[in-house]
Design a protein around this ligand. Structure first.
Ligand SMILES: NC(=O)c1ccc[n+]([C@@H]2O[C@H](COP(=O)([O-])OP(=O)(O)OC[C@H]3O[C@@H](n4cnc5c(N)ncnc54)[C@H](O)[C@@H]3O)[C@@H](O)[C@H]2O)c1
Length: 386
């Protein structure tokens, strides 16, 4: 039985804690929770009869948990992870790993010196078996060299009501960004998991139809050797779309929400082209094979009840028990890769120019601080005018 603690028991951390208490997370027990908001903490601890702390250091030192789940707002992730790492306690960080790559790198440096320590990431979209299948097909060369990628993610709708709830969300000072760092962090992790890191990015980010200071609309062109990919995301469209298309020389993968189609050409496209003796079209369309996969009804039901994140929690416990890090769904390095893309998209949008990936981490911190300062002075002006 692994003894777990959760830091930050808001929406997500509360769910993690309840999943551990309910036994959804196998071979694990909840020893304590921590939240700096005493009213949130007391309500949770009274309801679920769990030991609570407002001070995480006190909790870590008193309870000595085997694993710590960090589910606080993004800016605090690295500092809390370092407190765990410095005590040789395995930890799992909610996405995103951090707001800036610079800060995340300082955690990576500690982990490099502690190779046995487990630093896991909650990148739960990796448990979607259609993405895993797509990865397998790409890695095995089944679709051939990639020619084009399009990922449209417009199905995380957020109304003004959501933003008006206040708190730390959708601000540069509270969250370090908008839809990119909050929602797209999942799909950009899938992107880099399947395709690797782009060498350059050109992006346009906008705020559409909402009174917020951060972006809720993103278009990014990601350049790779041999192909370009376009990532489009927004949180203001109805109806939304969630569609990933990866076209290769041998075929194509299309994942549309809960359904995946894998098309396999009889001949690779360059062969078709070399043999073609027609002006328009081709004769390949009838010879192509088509395979379909689905998310799975039972998996959807499981997600509906427990959340996709419960699979990652189970994986974390399994890995801290077996010490087999190769089985980890995602680690801090994966989190840093996704964040590297996010930082580069923001930097490109701010500069209005294509940027090389990775962007200079110090320059990014400076540019982010400028955004925070602008945001603060705009709020000050608004308050003065009111
Ligand atoms: N994996 C997912 O799909 C998913 C979904 C939602 C949220 N999240 C992530 O979970 C994290 C929390 O999001 P949320 O929606 O639960 O936020 P939330 O605001 O509902 O909860 C955060 C909680 O952390 C507490 N807190 C803040 N700073 C703290 C500190 N230093 N120490 C202890 N407690 C602290 C707050 O009081 C609050 O109760 C974010 O990083 C978010 O990106 C992940």
């Amino acid at each position: 039985m692994k003894r777990l603690a959760v830091i930050g028991i808001g929406r997500m951390g509360g769910r993690h804690a309840r999943n551990i208490l309910k036994g959804v997370v196998k071979h694990a027990m909840l020893v304590a929770v921590c939240d700096t908001d005493k009213s949130v903490l007391d309500a949770f601890c009274v309801k679920y009869k769990v030991k609570g702390y407002t001070d995480r250091i006190e909790m870590l030192d008193n309870e000595k948990p085997d694993g710590v789940i960090i589910a606080t707002p993004h800016y605090s992730h690295i500092e809390i992870a370092k407190d765990c790492a410095n005590r040789d306690m395995d930890f799992l960080i909610e996405k995103p790993v951090s707001v800036t790559v610079k800060e995340a790198e300082s955690l990576r440096e500690i982990l490099v010196k502690k190779p046995d320590l487990i630093g896991a990431m909650m990148l739960n979209q990796r448990t979607n078996r259609m993405y895993a299948k797509a990865k397998q097909l790409i890695d095995e060369g089944k679709i051939g060299p990639v020619k084009r990628v399009n990922f449209i993610v417009t199905d995380w709708y957020r109304s003004q009501y959501y933003y008006n709830m206040g708190g730390w969300r959708a601000s540069w000072s509270g969250e370090g960004g908008g839809t990119l760092i909050n929602q797209c962090v999942h799909q950009l992790d899938i992107w880099q998991w399947l395709l690797g890191m782009p060498s350059q990015i050109y992006a346009v980010c906008k705020t559409v139809g909402r009174d917020i200071t951060t972006e809720n609309d993103v278009t990014a062109i990601m350049s790779y050797e041999g192909f370009e990919g376009v990532f489009t995301a927004s949180t203001h469209e109805l109806p939304g779309t969630n569609r990933l298309e990866i076209a290769g020389e041998n075929g194509k993968i299309v994942i549309d929400k809960h359904k995946m189609i894998y098309y396999l050409n009889k001949y690779p496209e360059p062969t078709v082209n070399a043999r073609a003796k027609r002006d328009y079209g081709n004769r390949e369309d009838k010879k192509r094979k088509k395979y379909t996969y689905s998310y799975g009804l039972f998996r959807l039901i499981y997600d509906g009840i427990n959340g996709q994140q419960a699979r990652v929690l189970n994986n974390f416990v399994e890995v801290i028990a077996t010490r087999d890090k190769s089985r980890l769904i995602a680690d801090v390095n994966d989190g840093i890769n996704g964040l590297t893309i996010i930082n580069a998209i923001n930097m490109s949008a701010w500069k209005g120019a294509q940027v090389k990936v990775p962007v200079d981490t110090q320059e990014y911190v400076k540019a982010l601080n400028k955004k925070i300062a602008e945001e603060k002075s705009a709020i000050k002006k608004e308050n003065t005018n009111a």
